[in-house]
Design a protein around this ligand. Structure first.
Ligand SMILES: *Cc1c(COP(=O)(O)O)cnc(C)c1O
Length: 400
């Protein structure tokens, strides 16, 4: 019989009961170091006192009022996000896919209201992941995810990631913009080169297109800067955010330049829950921590420490690890074809370490941004043991 909880995921048999910082415990007392962070989402780890307090206090005062009224928490969060980024204006929603939908609608409306309604297509990339709504399935373009859901939504053209000639060739009279992840997360923790992002900016300027970045996974400090685009020294026209922005509370956002945002007038776009007092109290609490002096420098420092260790790990286990890729605290261990990322993930669980699989046989580490160097060292020690367990002819096969 089908489980009452719809079986859309292959779930590990690990019902966690409580968490503290980068650690999680099951009810039967097993402890795990959480380097998955709910897929790059629990940015402040578990039970962060400032976030817990903000949510509890706001929940007791007023949780939800709808967007028919002013929401001071949302106004404050939007102002802070605008002040610390390229953006002039922010739309709040509830998830990454919803943020991307809003972003693509904003891009299309911009052209429609500038007298170019024929410009509605986005250039997207092979290996992308933009979410599971019907339009974002089409933007993702993965045949496996699209299968069985009818004709894909029109308007998304895919080219190889990092290939500027292919981008230029894909641009036509119907092109509205380019949509790209600064680091492809689900697709395999593949970073775009900073030069590629700069070339995309120049190319969009040349053709009058909008540059739309999906920072759902890379944003809110994960790369070691507040937004990953900052590393390239460019300004996008619009970005989407979600995952870490609410520290585990569901919150998404579209951040846009005025020239884009001004086209989303009353009646053009909306959401019932988006930006409610509770969600924005969580968002403000996360920002309090991430914007505190020295916090992002600390993320950058611990990330570099983790990277050095990961490179040593790759050297020690050439029979398991092919390379290390990603940015900041979004790190991918590219595994050799003989070792599957799901086996490696299970080996890590057996050692007490939580990670997330990604495409192209990559094991993804996306720990909370609050990890210490000692916790990074502990994760490396556990990964070292997991490599011994997972390697061809290792403990896993010996046990069979
Ligand atoms: C997770 C993710 C999404 C989808 O976010 P949901 O909250 O699951 O809808 C979109 N884009 C990127 C880059 C992501 O990592």
């Amino acid at each position: 019989m089908i489980p009452a909880l719809m079986p859309t995921y292959n779930r590990a048999d690990l019902p966690f009961e409580r968490g503290d910082g980068a650690w999680l415990w099951t009810a039967d007392g097993r402890r795990f170091l959480d380097f998955g962070a709910g897929i790059a989402t629990s940015s402040l780890g578990h039970g962060h006192p400032h976030l817990v307090k903000a949510i509890a206090e706001q929940a007791a005062r007023v949780m939800h009022v709808s967007n028919l009224y002013r929401v001071p928490q949302a106004e404050r969060l939007a102002a802070r996000l605008a002040e610390t980024s390229f953006a002039d204006s922010v739309f709040f929603c509830n998830s990454g896919a919803e943020a991307n939908e809003g972003m693509v609608k904003a891009v299309r409306k911009y052209h429609a209201e500038n007298g170019r309604p024929e410009r509605f297509r986005m250039v997207c990339f092979e290996g992308a992941f933009h979410g599971r709504t019907l339009a974002m399935l089409a933007a993702t373009g993965n045949a496996k995810y699209l299968a069985g859901f009818g004709p894909p939504v029109e308007g998304f053209d895919h080219v190889p990631f990092g290939n500027m000639n292919a981008v230029r060739n894909a641009i036509g009279p119907h092109t509205a913009g380019v949509m790209v992840e600064p680091v492809q997360g689900e697709g395999g923790v593949r970073p775009a080169s900073l030069d590629f992002l700069r070339d995309l900016r120049r190319c969009c300027d040349e053709f009058g297109l909008l540059l739309a970045l999906d920072e759902v996974q890379t944003g809110m400090g994960r790369s070691g800067k507040l937004w990953a685009y900052e590393w390239a020294g460019i300004e996008p026209d619009v970005i989407s955010s979600a995952k870490g922005i609410g520290g585990g509370f569901p919150l998404g956002a579209v951040l846009a330049k005025e020239k884009v945002a001004e086209h989303l007038k009353p009646g053009t776009h909306g959401t019932t829950f988006g930006g409610n007092p509770l969600a924005c109290a969580a968002g403000n609490a996360v920002l309090d921590v991430v914007l505190a002096p020295g916090f992002l420098d600390g993320v950058d420092r611990v990330a570099r420490h983790l990277w050095r260790g990961m490179l040593r790990l790759a050297d020690r286990h050439p029979d398991v690890v092919e390379g290390v890729q990603g940015a900041g605290l979004l790190v991918g261990l590219k595994l050799r074809p003989e070792v599957s990322n799901t086996d490696m993930q299970a080996a890590a669980v057996a050692e007490g370490l939580l990670t997330v699989a990604a495409g192209m046989n990559v094991l993804r580490l996306a720990p909370p941004l609050i990890i210490t160097e000692a916790e990074a060292d502990e994760a490396l020690r556990l990964l070292d043991r997991a490599c011994l367990r997972a390697k061809p002819g290792g403990e896993k096969e010996a046990a069979q």
